[in-house]
Design a protein around this ligand. Structure first.
Ligand code: PLP
Length: 471
């Protein structure tokens, strides 16, 4: 026993560090796609639990060996699926310390070092996103949780303004809250509305244009039919097109009605950090609450996101688990008061490390580079016969389709299958404007021009192969 660790435990920690380094070194040269399927992985791991344990070092060794060909290289520069960050190594290093420190980050009194760093992260992110300085913020698991929290706060505040204390009395008998959502909203805020008891089917879905942006005139018409102050959910960064809702035209009108605007900005809010792109978000800072991810564009290791509210008081009223005892909001900053969890890991610390490492300039360059690379992909592939880019590139998302109509949809699926099987690059599927698409999301910290060359080549090659097989 050396201090707090047995020799075996110490070896396990050393081994994990070495394995982590070996893995991350190898990532860019590996096929992105896992080489085993789910059945094989389950068969491998889902063994009966033995009566006797095995040494720590052996556990880590076999775990790493058995996982190896079942990992997707999401942290590498060739992963373009969904919208996922790539776990920046500085964040991973900080995350190892987070686990080692074993701090329950819910309490400022007991873990001052963590709260100090997380307060800084909240300040920095709010500032980088151009949101009001004295906003309240909670560090949650991701944008799904952040949307849920923001929507619950909105519900609390809208009902409080009508003399209904939803925290005490619940929803039965409460005044109705009209809910307006763009028709191209992400499923996460819709789930948030469900979790908040506002229902997924009683929403008014407001029409959008071909980019998925709410149409201001139609929206104002729908707003005028609301008989009570509404909750309006807007979007910064549509999942397929990357488009932004017209915040400046919508938000003041909602406020005139006494309504609340919540913005799902999981990835798109980060454009605010780039002066030459920030105008695409014009008016977004007028909203009342925002959801943003740290594990997407900031490339924090999973999982981390942030709920931000202009007014901290209703955030704490909604999220604090202290019940009747409401803390003095100004004197104390209890992390657990702004999130749905009491006990939680110090999930803001990796973001602290990444922000210190990148600085403002690094964040700016990261976001600007991804947007530039997305435009490159659209221009290059848009020039290939039979390929259609289905969106204007608003930021880092590119929606690509092949051929025409139903036949084209099957060709698009076939192209994606070839690309994913080859495993040199890894975009994923989607559906947009009535077509099957390959969606390319450029958001990994390590993705550079050379990787984009490879992406363009792989997509072009697979398309040629599909066409060739049909001749
Ligand atoms: C990813 C995403 C979400 C959900 O975020 P998670 O971090 O996966 O919980 C919500 N909205 C948009 C627009 C997203 O891109």
């Amino acid at each position: 026993m050396a201090g707090g660790l047995s020799a075996d435990e110490e070896q396990a920690l050393q081994l994990a560090g070495a394995q982590a380094i070996a893995y991350r070194r190898s990532v860019p040269d590996r096929p992105v796609t896992p080489r085993i399927g789910l059945d094989e992985a389950v068969a491998r791991f889902r063994t009966p639990l033995d009566e006797d344990g095995i040494p720590a070092e052996q556990v880590i060794n076999t775990l790493a060996r058995n996982a190896d060909d079942g990992l997707n290289q999401m942290s590498g520069p060739n992963f373009y699926g969904y919208v996922l960050g790539a776990s920046h190594p500085v964040g991973v290093a900080a995350d190892m310390l987070v686990s080692a420190w074993g701090q329950n980050a819910g309490s400022a009194y007991e873990t001052p070092a963590i709260t100090g760093m997380e307060r800084a992260v909240c300040d920095w992110v709010i500032n980088l996103l151009g949101l009001p300085d004295d906003s309240g913020a909670g560090i949650v698991t991701g944008a799904t949780a952040a949307n849920m929290a923001g929507i619950m706060v909105a519900r609390n505040a809208l009902l409080a303004a009508q003399g209904w204390d939803v925290e005490a009395r619940g929803l039965f008998g409460a005044p109705e809250i009209p809910v307006l959502v763009g028709d191209a909203a992400h499923s996460a805020p819709i789930a948030g509305l469900r979790y908040a008891g506002l229902g997924a089917e009683r929403l008014v879905r407001v029409p959008v244009n071909a980019e998925g942006q709410i149409l201001p005139d139609t929206f104002l018409h729908a707003l005028n039919t609301c008989e009570r102050p509404p909750l309006v959910v807007l979007q910064a960064g549509q999942i397929n097109s990357g488009a932004f809702d017209p915040f400046a035209e919508i938000i003041p009108a909602v406020h005139e009605k006494g309504g609340w605007v919540h913005v799902d900005g999981a990835f798109g809010l980060w454009l605010a950090a780039v002066p030459e792109l920030a105008d695409r978000l014009r008016g977004v800072a007028l909203a009342d609450s925002w959801a943003v991810d740290l594990h997407k564009w900031l490339n924090a290791p999973f999982d981390a996101g942030m709920v931000i509210c202009r007014d901290r008081a209703p955030l704490v009223r909604s999220m604090s688990a202290r019940g009747a005892y409401l803390p003095d909001l100004t004197a104390h900053w209890e992390p657990a008061d702004s999130t749905p969890e009491l006990s939680r890991r110090a999930r803001g610390v990796p973001s602290y490390a990444i922000l210190r490492h990148l600085g403002r300039k690094g964040v700016r360059e990261l976001v600007a580079r991804h947007c530039r690379l997305a435009a490159r992909v659209a221009t290059a592939l848009g020039a290939v016969p039979g390929v259609t880019i289905l969106n204007t590139v608003h930021c880092n998302q590119v929606a690509i389709t092949f051929g025409q109509g139903a036949v084209g949809d099957r060709q698009t699926d076939a192209v994606l299958r070839i690309i994913q099987q080859r495993g040199k690059v890894y975009p994923t599927h989607g559906a947009w404007r009535g077509r099957h698409i390959i969606r390319v999301s450029i958001i990994g910290y390590a993705t550079m021009d050379s990787h984009i060359d490879r992406l363009i080549d792989e997509i072009t090659l697979a398309w040629q192969q599909v066409q060739g097989s049909e001749r």
